[in-house]
Write a protein that binds this ligand. Structure first.
Ligand code: HEC
Ligand code: HEC
Length: 335
């Protein structure tokens, strides 16, 4: 009898405990040292259940017309969430025209795609789904398809208290993408975590070069994510097949400008540049050393420099110290 008396008040509290657990499903991100706070859109708070649903959607081929392609078909964990192919293969074996982008730290992006043509991660989700070269299905049809699946209906009910909707699909996938954070490379251990032994002498010499006025790399590849989030013409061509930012803002000053990409995990994200035209870091450094192709719209910051072969090797070793092994083996980022 005494035991029952104790249980009754407990039973009374269970529904409250349960509902507060649901509310406290808020995702607590453990950001790497030196990383700024994330700005999460008000209409898309991060919860663990939403992130889990977003991951399931990210790797689900049901998001393409013939159920062959998922987001994960072009964004691979071991390549820092980009594609080792020069041009990714979408639906019906079609190749695109731009090299896929790493999704590492995409949460900090201020615009998306190489030309920055899309303003938010939420909206970005619709682009590959509806692109006739990538997944080729209207997102409303994806919602209809997933509504026939009992598990998805259950998960959307739990996360959004609704049936499967395009709104929910874009919110869940972008919430998941905001967890794709990389900041535990040897460089981070050295620079942000105070471990002087994390870089060897060659990597330290390469770091000096990278941040030097002579090489000037950090006038564009700067800050914790090695990008100032601007668009620049880094002198790859005189005549560009893909005019880059000018497709979005029709002013010739934008000719051949592309988003300054992060250099994090650069060792595993080859090939390089918007069109994957450079295969190795050696080729990239050659490109900058010769001062680009000197086109009319090339950035004035690309001026060229002389470095010895051993300095070149130091610079490459530094770039390779930006590889975050925990990130490229983290099962949260694989199906
Ligand atoms: C067929 C290959 C392919 C598929 C499928 C694909 N992507 Fe991509 N992704 C790319 C390419 C290529 C780019 C660069 C496109 C450009 O700049 O125009 C890109 C760029 C992005 C970007 C921009 C990153 C940045 O920093 O600006 C995000 C975010 C992204 N993809 C997420 C997704 C999501 C989410 C899905 C699934 C809904 C998806 N991708 C499906 C190839 C693909
Ligand atoms: C004027 C700004 C600017 C400067 C200075 C600059 N870069 Fe870049 N970098 C860019 C842009 C823009 C791209 C992307 C170009 C494209 O997509 O075609 C890029 C691309 C790269 C890439 C390929 C990234 C990828 O994922 O494809 C590497 C590596 C790189 N830069 C390293 C360096 C190094 C090393 C230096 C110094 C020697 C340097 N950059 C100086 C703007 C700059």
């Amino acid at each position: 009898m005494r035991a029952i008396k104790r249980i009754i008040p407990l039973l009374f509290f269970i529904p409250f405990i349960y509902s507060s657990c649901q509310q406290n499903d808020e995702y607590v991100s453990e950001l790497p040292q030196g990383f700024p706070e994330l700005e999460i859109p008000e209409d898309n708070p991060m919860t663990n259940a939403k992130i889990e649903l977003g991951k399931k959607l990210f790797f689900d081929t049901a998001l393409s017309r013939d159920s062959t392609i998922s987001c994960g078909s072009c964004h691979f964990m071991q390549n820092a969430m980009t594609d080792p192919k020069r041009f990714s293969i979408g639906i019906d074996n079609q190749a695109g025209t731009r090299n896929a982008m790493s999704l590492a730290n995409v949460a900090y992006g201020t615009s998306f795609f190489r030309d920055g043509g899309v303003p938010t991660l939420e909206i970005q989700v619709i682009t590959p789904i509806e692109s006739t070269e990538e997944m080729d299905i209207p997102i409303v049809d994806v919602a209809k398809r997933l509504n026939q699946n009992a598990e998805y209906r259950k998960l959307f009910k739990k996360v959004f208290n609704d049936e499967v909707t395009p709104f929910g699909i874009t919110r869940a996938i972008s919430a998941y993408e905001r967890t794709i954070i990389s900041g535990n490379s040897p460089f981070d251990k050295y620079h942000f975590q105070g471990d002087d032994t994390a870089l060897n002498d060659s990597e330290k010499r390469g770091m000096e070069l990278f941040f030097s006025d002579k090489l000037n790399c950090s006038s564009c590849h700067t800050g914790f994510n090695f990008s100032n989030n601007t668009f620049q013409n880094n002198g790859l061509y005189v005549v560009y097949e893909d005019i880059g930012r000018m497709r979005i803002e029709m002013d010739s000053v934008n000719y051949g400008k592309f988003k300054v990409p992060t250099l994090r995990n650069i060792e595993v994200t080859a090939p390089y540049m918007h069109n994957g035209s450079l295969n190795t870091l050696e080729e990239v450094i050659e490109h900058y050393a010769k001062g680009g192709m000197h086109g009319k719209y090339q950035s004035e910051l690309i001026t060229g420099f002389d470095i010895t072969d051993s300095e070149k090797q130091d610079l490459i070793n530094f770039l390779k110290s930006l590889t975050d092994k925990d990130f490229i083996t983290n099962p949260n980022f694989a199906p």
